[in-house]
Design a protein around this ligand. Sequence first.
Ligand code: GUN
Ligand code: FE
Length: 403
Amino acid sequence: MSSNESAAGIAHVYRGTFVHATYHTAVEILEDGLLGVDTEGKIAFIGSGKEVDRLSQKWGFEAFAVTQLGQHEFFMPGMVDTHIHASQYSYAGTALDMPLLQWLNMYTFPVEACYKDLEFARNVYTHIVKRTLRNGTTTACYFATIHTDASLLLGQIANDFGQRALVGKVSKKETLPVVTPRFAPSCSATLLGHLGEIAQNNDLHIQSHISETKEEVNLVKELFPDYDSYTDVYHRHNLLTDKTVMAHGCHLTDGELKLFRETGASIAHCPNSNISLCSGMLDVRRVLNHKVKLGLGTDVAGGYSPSMLDAVRRTLDTSKALTIQDTQYHTLTFEEVFRLATLGGSQALSLDENTGNFEVGKDFDALRVNTDAAGGPIDLINHGEGPKVYVAGKRVVPFVERP
Ligand code: GUN
Ligand code: FE
């Protein structure tokens, strides 16, 4: 048995279309694919439906036990929300009439104070976990509040509903704790130093906000005059590591992005929030050109939607708005944004060993999408074939380089 082959037995086998991103291709489509999942939930094999007889012998499953997807169905990886405030869900869709710093004081801090009440917390946290799962978010990196019991409860609820979650302030079991300084303006250098130490000593994930608005950047300059930049404030307290995800980064300089690249820290791009609070428009292309890891986030409730599909659409909108301002701009393609919502997010959270796409050995973390579901949002009218490109027998959506 090769190292790729699982010792566990086969629990499920699916045949049909699989759509995912790889490290080399923004979108790869496996038509008539055959994927086996072992009893531990890991992908044991990926092959072609035509090989069903050979693979059933090799892996010891009955060919009739294969689940066949419908003509209009496909599997895609579960989406990764790299930045979402579970504690702000109760007022999502409201209170978007102020810039960030006023918005925090007027709306956010008073609501977050309510999480000392565990029943309040249970109600909102149950709703957000159920809602994001229904929206296809199988992995979420949550901000909770300063309340330890309520944060533990969020971890428990995510665990109970089967969502992979990172939770700040703290959590338990499958759910990973994240060291979570809210943002530099609400922390002293001493506090940042202690948090950096905790993260380092325990090899923990870290999340925070950075350079969301120009006003915030100026405030950080005033509060931390001895540091080279906002990024330097986190860096000098050991808070920039390859397990760090920083939300926004709309106003980062090239020098700061270089520091992100060097440390392996990533950015959670939250376009709904950036537009809703008039914070800025992140130039994702520039971040990617700096080879900085980037995933997408909803940033509820600065972003009004808890849907990663919305984050995908807003990412494209922002990229197109940048193109309107500069016709030479290299607009993001929807294939690239699909990758950011899946594999990109898992890389940004340093979870891509386990999730983000379909590879043998990773968890089978997938959405089964039926584009023809009764009562669904899509009308399938033209079933005509679009252009298809195959590389080594696999269908790929070509990435068109623009001049
Ligand atoms: N910066 C510090 N806290 C927050 C928050 O709760 N939401 C957003 N969007 N930015 C922040
Ligand atoms: Fe946020």
